[in-house]
Design a protein around this ligand. Sequence first.
Ligand code: GRG
Length: 295
Amino acid sequence: MDFQSWVGTRLGRIEATLKAVLPGPDIAPQRLHQAMRYAVLDGGKRVRPLLAFAAGELAHADPERVAYAAAAVELIHAYSLVHDDLPCMDDDVLRRGKPTCHVEFDEPTALLVGDALQSLAFQLVSEYRLAADAEIQLEMIRLLASATGSRGMAGGQAIDLAAVDQALTVPELEFMHIHKTGALIRAAALLGARCGNSLDERELGQLDLFAKSIGLAFQVVDDVLDAESSTATLGKTAGKDAQQNKPTYVSVLGVARSKAFADELRGNAHKALEGFGASAVRLRELADFIVLRKF
Ligand code: GRG
């Protein structure tokens, strides 16, 4: 199967899982449930679920199990976008090519949407049987919690908010992005793999190295796209980083060196997968997609 077809079938699967696990729009409180569905469904590249599926294939995991783990990660990601767009944070009006959640609904609803999506994510990883044994599944829940919280994504967001109008060094920038963006991408890959039971500690370590490289590469490319692409192509407001005077890879390294750095990270990601053979083909293809993407 070629990469496009593989992506197409996984996108169908993740969409169906998300639709099924989100409360229906007619279930009370209807407005909150409608807003949750608005924030999650029909949009986004679904990079994190795709990484979970690809890592699941590496570990010969049951795709049914991976779908729930992938959905949990995507719900956390959707929550972070809804909160990030609020007036008290990035104050944005466009996301995934449509009005942001608080614009379409209202601010209190958007706040609750984020809260409820996060809770639903943890419900999924604790309610469904995802791993070979309960201990591994507990480890998966712990991993998702730490990737999401103050030592992960939320902590990265705090650093991001404090960095406005500040000059950061490259290591400081890297620290911020490893937390804000990288932690959840890493969790997506590791959760997908933990749904299977065929990787030993060394192999899980190699997958972790892959995920760390690709998580940072994702953000470097995001910075380049914010500087170079258009609002229409991105489906979110372009040029926001410069407008808000936020330090980015582009502001610190410039476009050319940022692109070279993203390519170096892609090389590191491929290297981490050496020795896995054909079972890592989708991870390799996703690394290429993440770095070469135009949106
Ligand atoms: C509010 C706790 C909290 C955290 C917010 C992830 C994040 C932290 C903010 C999102 C804003 C942002 C531009 C982050 C950097 C890169 C990123 C995560 C972009 C959005 O992810 P994509 O490109 O989005 O995967 P889609 O819409 O394709 O899912």
